[in-house]
Design a protein around this ligand. Structure first.
Ligand SMILES: [Zn+2]
Length: 77
């Protein structure tokens, strides 16, 4: 429900340190930024071992729902 409008971003397909432009409005969103200035976390899904699987956020500028996946890549930081 409600995920029909969601945009998907796979962090594995993004170069750099995990920052990515919002697929809708281009605002740079950093998953490491916990100030929630550019986005708001709506839902967090984890694997059995507790590591991050997907993160559902809302871009504060365009209010689009974005589902982030591919966090496996960021584990070894
Ligand atoms: Zn946006």
């Amino acid at each position: 429900m409600g995920q029909m409008m969601a945009l998907k971003v796979d962090l594995k397909s993004i170069e750099g340190e995990g920052d990515f432009p919002c697929p809708s409005c281009g605002t740079i969103i950093s998953p490491d930024d916990e100030s929630e200035k550019t986005y708001k976390i709506m839902d967090i899904e984890t694997f059995d071992d507790g590591s991050l699987k997907t993160l559902t956020i809302i871009c504060k500028k365009c209010r689009k729902t974005i589902i982030l996946e591919g966090f496996e890549l960021l584990k070894n930081e």
